[in-house]
Each structure stands twice: as structure tokens, then as C-alpha cells.
Write a protein that binds this ligand. Structure first.
Ligand code: AMP
Ligand code: GLY
Length: 457
């Protein structure tokens, strides 16, 4: 009862501070189950843990850095019986699905179809709508149907290998080849020479380089421009735009070398002006959400718009059916309102279209990764210096606990996010604190923000 009263007071205070009136129909505190274990889920857990409407946060499986936000449980999303059991035993009222695999596999549908779980608010689209990320061919066709600007493309199936190679010979490079399905961020290959492109087509389509994911290959027109990302929380008809971000995808400085999940991110993005934002809303975001509704695809959750600013306007490079990583680690710290009631509104399809309140401060994130990543890397290296870090967020991404110590467990290990009135100051802060953290073979890019004039090398 006392907790509930505090909630009431808190909402009144928010109202006084922002001058806006947001009515949320949450009458009781809620237990939330968050699926995932990376930097993205660390940032979401950090945010949800601050909600006065949260009773208890469960994180499946989480990581050692998330223990301060809730209870990490060794629950595998694929084990549907165990998921049901936990939700019933812990009276879970809301489920937030962080990564794409469970969404594309239909975890959200499972909740909607299971008696006893149907009442749970689920943040994450249904399987059919998650195809926006789960199939490149599906997303290209969707964009074509709804007049959404994107690169021209052709899709080839296994039996069309020769046709695909003949087609490549008729176009100019660079050649963009994309495995249709999920391939852990590795399914996009861009090649300058025709012979490399033909070889890659053989590997993908002919030799199943990415397994079933490359049983169809999309060949795309190569777009020239600068990339950025925008994010919306939607209930399938209304939407709230969140702060934008720019990710640094390649492993090497100067954007050289292999693609990674993302080595750093900044928000806001200096070149994203009001005019560009408006163009994205009218030509991309609104037609996407209208298209989902028209095609009766149930979408409650985040849409990640991977965009490129070309000399012919903004185009969609890709959709993701979840938040980005490390984009979440800069976007979520800039969100200046409670996410939990917004999630509840979205699940009840009562979201109001308006921008999410945001902090004017900038956020910049730098990833510390294991040496060798994105190829083979070692695990189990002891991480030291975490206790010395001050004034930044340290979001654990790939860590584990061994003999009471925090050790490396993934390629991307830690994400350090600095926040300051300017992006340059946020980067200085993040880099100064990164210097305090060590583990054998640690690597990071030192040029996050350099291309945008936010930092000098
Ligand atoms: P995706 O997984 O579709 O986001 O692609 C990964 C990266 O490949 C993107 O972030 C771009 O840098 C690059 N890329 C993808 N599609 C294209 C394209 N049509 N033209 C140029 N670059 C592209
Ligand atoms: N950082 C890119 C992604 O999350 O897909």
C-alpha cells in the first residue's frame, strides 16, 4: 500500500516537472521478466529497475553486472515449460524480449497462445511481424509494397545459383550479398570484385555458408551515404520515437576490417537535423507502422530503423525487431521517462503517438571486446579495475563469474557509456574510465565519434 502511494506521488511530480500530463492505467506494481544477457539487456534492466511501478525484475539469464537490477535466473527461453512455470510461480505481469532470436522463433506468440500466460504484457513482436528482421527478402518486399525507400534488390533461391551468378555479372560493384535469414550479424557481405562476389554467391547459396539462413540470398544495390539509426516503441498503430543513434560497426579504427555487432555508439547524431527527422517519420516510420497494421501483423515492441542518408534522401538499410546493441546503451540513458508504464500502454494498445521525453545530455558508448573478436577469442580472462570506475555506466555485455571474480565470457565484454552536456565531453569521460578497466587481450576502438568531429585522435 505504501509503495502504491509512492507511485501516485511520483507521477504527480513528473507532471509538475515536465508540465505534461501522461495518464498511465497501472494500478498495481508489476513483476517483470526480461530475456537476454547482453549490453542491450543490461541497459534495459538498469532503466526498468528505476521504475516506481516495478515490484521485482527477473532476468533470464542475465549476467553478473545485472544482478544489481534484479534476480538473474538460469532460464532458457527455448524451454517453454520452464518459462510457463516461472511466470506462474513468480506472478509475472510483463515480459520484455531483448534479442531477435526468440522473437523470430515465436516466443511472443507462445505467451499469446498459452492459457494462463495470455494476460501477460509482452514487449516484442509476434513471429510473423519479426520477419521484418528474420527475412531480408520479406522486409524488402514489405518496403516495396508500402513505398518505403530502400536499395533496389533481387532475391535468389538455392536452385537459382547459376541465375544469381549471371545477374551479378550484369551489375556494377561493390556487390552487396545478404543471407536472407538470421546469421548472428555476419550474413551481409560487401565485395568490390566480381570474382569475389561470384565466389561468395557459391559459398552462400551453393554451399550453405550460413546454413538455412543463406538458402536464399538477397543481392542489393550498393548505397553510398552515412548511416544512422532511429528507434520507435509501437503498439502496432501508434508510436513513440526515441533518441537516434549512430553505431560503429567495423572492428578497426577508421571503420576498417570485419563487421562486428557494434564497437561503440553516440546519441544524439549531429547530422540528423529536424528536417531529416521529419523525412524519416513521414517517408519511413509512418508507412512502416501503417503497413504493419494494414497487413494485420501484431507488433508490440521496438522497431529499429537502420538508415542511410544518401544524396537521394534517407533509405532503409535494414529493420530490426528489437533494440540495437550498443545503440540501447546510449539511447536508454537519454530517455527521460519511465519505460514501464509505456510498455504497459503499448501492450494494451493504448500508446499515444508522441516523442519519448529525452535528456538533452549526450551519451557515448565504447565497447571493450576480447582480442580476436569478431573471430575466435578466448574466454575466462579476469577483469580488473571495475571498482575504480566512476561517473559512467558500465553495462556488462559478455561477462561471467568464476571463483568470485568477474571474467570475460563473450566477444563484446563491457560497454562503457559516458553522459555529459556535449558528446565530446561524454567521449572524454568514457575513455578516461575505460583506461581503468583491464583484462588480458582487451581491445577497443579509440576513434568513436572521430568521424563526426566529436573527438581528435
Ligand atoms: P545489415 O545487416 O543489413 O544492417 O548490413 C550490415 C552493414 O552492411 C550495414 O550497416 C551497412 O554498413 C552495410 N550495408 C548493408 N546494405 C547495404 C547497401 N545496400 N549498400 C551499402 N552498404 C550496405
Ligand atoms: N548494432 C547493430 C545491431 O544491434 O543490430
Amino acid at each position: 500500500m505504501r509503495k502504491a502511494l509512492n507511485v501516485y506521488i511520483r507521477l504527480q511530480q513528473d507532471q509538475a516537472i515536465t508540465g505534461l500530463y501522461f495518464w498511465h492505467q497501472i494500478s498495481q506494481l508489476m513483476n517483470v521478466l526480461l530475456f537476454g544477457s547482453g549490453g542491450r539487456e543490461s541497459a534495459l534492466a538498469w532503466k526498468l529497475a528505476q521504475s516506481p511501478l516495478l515490484d521485482h525484475l527477473f532476468i533470464a539469464p542475465g549476467n553478473p553486472g545485472m544482478k544489481k537490477y534484479g534476480t538473474c535466473i538460469g532460464l532458457d527461453w527455448k524451454d517453454r515449460d520452464a518459462v510457463s512455470h516461472l511466470c506462474e510461480a513468480e506472478n509475472i505481469g510483463m515480459v520484455v524480449i531483448g534479442p531477435e532470436d526468440p522473437l523470430v522463433d515465436g516466443l511472443s506468440d507462445f505467451f499469446a497462445q498459452t492459457p494462463g500466460l495470455k494476460h501477460i504484457h509482452v514487449i516484442g513482436p509476434k513471429k510473423a511481424a519479426a520477419q521484418l528482421e528474420g527475412s531480408k527478402d520479406f522486409s524488402k518486399q514489405f518496403m516495396e509494397r508500402h513505398g518505403i525507400p530502400t536499395a533496389g534488390h533481387r532475391t535468389f533461391e538455392e536452385h537459382q545459383l547459376e541465375e544469381a551468378k549471371q545477374y551479378l555479372a550484369t551489375i556494377d560493384g561493390p556487390y552487396v550479398l545478404k543471407a536472407d535469414g538470421l546469421a548472428a550479424g555476419k550474413g551481409v557481405v560487401i565485395l568490390d570484385s566480381l570474382s569475389d562476389a561470384l565466389h561468395e554467391m557459391d559459398a552462400m547459396l551453393g554451399q550453405a555458408k550460413f546454413g538455412a539462413a543463406s538458402s536464399r540470398v538477397v543481392v542489393e544495390e550498393f548505397l553510398v551515404g552515412i548511416e544512422f539509426s532511429m528507434f520507435a516503441l509501437t503498439d502496432g498503430k501508434d508510436y513513440m520515437m526515441m533518441p537516434e543513434a549512430k553505431d560503429y560497426k567495423r572492428i578497426g579504427e577508421g571503420d576498417q576490417g570485419l563487421n562486428t555487432g557494434g564497437m561503440g555508439a553516440v546519441s544524439p547524431v549531429p547530422f540528423v537535423t529536424e528536417t531529416i527527422r521529419k523525412e524519416v517519420l513521414t517517408k519511413i516510420v509512418e508507412p512502416t507502422i501503417r503497413g504493419l497494421a494494414l497487413e494485420k501483423m501484431d507488433y508490440v515492441g521496438f522497431i529499429f530503423f537502420g538508415l542511410i542518408l544518401t544524396n537521394k534522401g534517407v533509405k532503409v538499410i535494414e529493420y530490426n525487431c528489437r533494440m540495437g546493441d550498443p545503440e540501447t546503451e546510449v539511447v536508454i540513458p537519454r530517455v527521460d521517462e519511465d519505460l514501464l508504464p509505456l510498455f504497459a500502454d503499448a501492450a494494451k494498445k493504448q500508446l499515444l503517438t508522441r516523442p519519448m521525453a529525452k535528456k538533452e545530455e549526450a551519451a557515448c558508448a565504447v565497447m571493450m571486446v576480447s582480442g580476436g573478436y569478431p573471430e575466435a577469442y578466448s574466454k575466462g580472462r579476469t577483469i580488473s579495475g571495475l571498482e575504480k570506475v566512476q561517473g559512467v555506466h558500465v553495462f556488462h555485455a559478455g561477462t561471467a563469474e568464476k571463483d568470485g571474480q568477474i571474467v570475460t565470457q563473450g566477444g563484446r565484454v563491457l560497454c562503457v557509456t559516458g553522459m555529459a552536456p556535449t558528446a565530446s565531453a561524454a567521449l572524454t569521460l568514457a575513455y578516461a574510465q575505460l583506461d581503468q578497466i583491464e583484462f588480458e587481450g582487451a581491445y577497443r576502438r579509440n576513434d568513436i565519434g572521430v568521424d563526426l568531429g566529436l573527438r581528435n585522435l
